[in-house]
Design a protein around this ligand. Structure first.
Ligand code: NAD
Ligand code: DAU
Length: 342
């Protein structure tokens, strides 16, 4: 592994992973291949833009000739696929782009990896593929997938395709399934950056339903380190869960967030729930820990560190919130019913 194609590398986790690779592996070369949807942002990569080991290509993973050209031209031996449509609420509004990128795009990349005989294809997946997890249990990698939103169904389809290429063609694949990532450069449609920036602007925090849903909020850097370990020490054909291994209720996440911002709980506004909202995700991460990986942040530490980054980096989020995001926010929240929660 030396020449990486990082698809979706201008998005949140992809950009963090590019920083991780360049700082931890001095001999690696990184080509970011990104369509630059609303979620792609070159500001996420500004501080590596002069690094001679880094190249940016604008391209769509559904476009086979463009993918093949990138592989050929840059002698790619490894693909790490972060490219995806990623927001559950947008998938409920319109699943179309999710099926294209997360399913067909994954297939295009797999075919290219097969055609060029790449050393590794790594798929970035999500705990959402396991579906809602009842209290008292956690997902292990051998569990069946049971996705419940168009987003998670498209990601589960991608995972199944990846695994089928291992079984059928012995394409050297690995998959990581991450919990809710938080940290620098996350588009403020996702709950933590949305709520920090709303709190800083004195706007309400729209908590879906009763706010008792549970998520494992993990520091994005811990996830990147987990991907690195799975890439270098994982077994081919295997899936690895990546998270803190604990989860918190959304209302607890909001409490920590408001405390770190120094804003009042009166900003909390319960609103109509997300349709089909999964109540709980919970990952068992023992398999990756057995390879020597250990997360450095629990959920609370991850939330507090994330809040501080948004407080210190208004230059990054302010232009986003003043741009396309305004129409999105109006569509998603403008007419959403405020509800009373007992
Ligand atoms: P993001 O929405 O911030 O970024 C996605 C990136 O992919 C953007 O730069 C976008 O321009 C690019 N992209 C979209 N369609 C593309 C296409 N057709 N071709 C090329 N590029 C395209 O996403 P993220 O939150 O960084 O998530 C990255 C990956 O991690 C996704 O696969 C997601 O499913 C997975 N994941 C995310 C989380 C999370 O909490 N955010 C958790 C687990 C797994
Ligand atoms: O679990 C991993 C997944 O985490 C990733 O695969 C997805 O790409 C990523 O978007 C994220 O999905 P979630 O749906 O869990 O994240 P989101 O930030 O949208 O919501 C987190 C929780 O907060 C969820 O229970 C819904 C709730 N929420 C979200 C928003 C946007 C609110 O209460 N209010 C909101 O305005």
């Amino acid at each position: 592994m030396k020449n990486f194609l990082i698809t979706g590398g201008a998005g949140f986790i992809g950009a963090n992973f590019v920083h991780h690779l360049l700082s931890h592996h001095p001999d690696y070369h990184v080509v970011v291949f990104d369509k630059m949807t609303y979620a792609g942002n070159l500001n996420n990569l500004a501080d590596v833009s002069d690094d001679p080991r880094y190249t940016f290509l604008r391209g769509d993973i559904c476009d086979a000739p463009a993918v093949e050209q990138a592989i050929r031209q840059h002698h790619i031996d490894t693909i790490v696929n972060f490219a995806a449509e990623t927001h559950v609420d947008r998938s409920i509004e319109d699943p179309n782009a999710f099926i294209h990128t997360d399913v067909i795009g994954t297939h295009v990349l797999l075919e290219a990896a097969r055609k060029f005989g790449l050393e590794r294809y790594h798929q970035i997946s999500t705990d959402e593929v396991y579906g809602h997890i009842p209290h008292g249990t956690s997902s292990v990698e051998t569990d069946s997938v049971a996705p419940r939103s168009p987003y998670s169904a498209s990601k589960a389809s991608g995972d199944l395709l990846v695994l089928s290429y291992w079984v059928t063609y012995k394409l050297p694949v690995t998959i990581t399934r991450g919990a809710n990532n938080i940290g620098p450069y996350q588009y403020p449609e996702k709950v933590v950056p949305l709520f920090v920036t709303n709190a800083l602007e004195g706007k309400p925090l729209p908590v879906y339903g009763d706010g008792r849903q549970m998520r494992d909020y993990q520091w994005v850097g811990d996830h990147c380190q987990g991907i690195d370990v799975a890439l270098h020490q994982g077994q081919l054909g295997e899936v690895y869960n990546v998270g803190t291994g604990q989860e918190v209720e959304n209302l607890r996440m909001v409490e920590i967030l408001l405390d770190e911002v120094g804003a009042p709980p009166s900003l909390i506004q319960h609103v109509e729930d997300r349709p089909g909202h999964d109540r709980r995700y919970s990952l068992n991460v023992d398999k990756l820990k057995a390879l020597g990986w250990q997360p450095e942040h629990d959920c609370e530490a991850a939330i507090r560190r994330t809040v501080r980054w948004y407080i210190e980096n208004e230059w990054w989020w302010r232009p986003i919130k003043n741009g396309e995001f305004r129409d999105y926010y109006q569509r998603m929240y403008g007419n959403r019913k405020v509800i009373a929660v007992p």
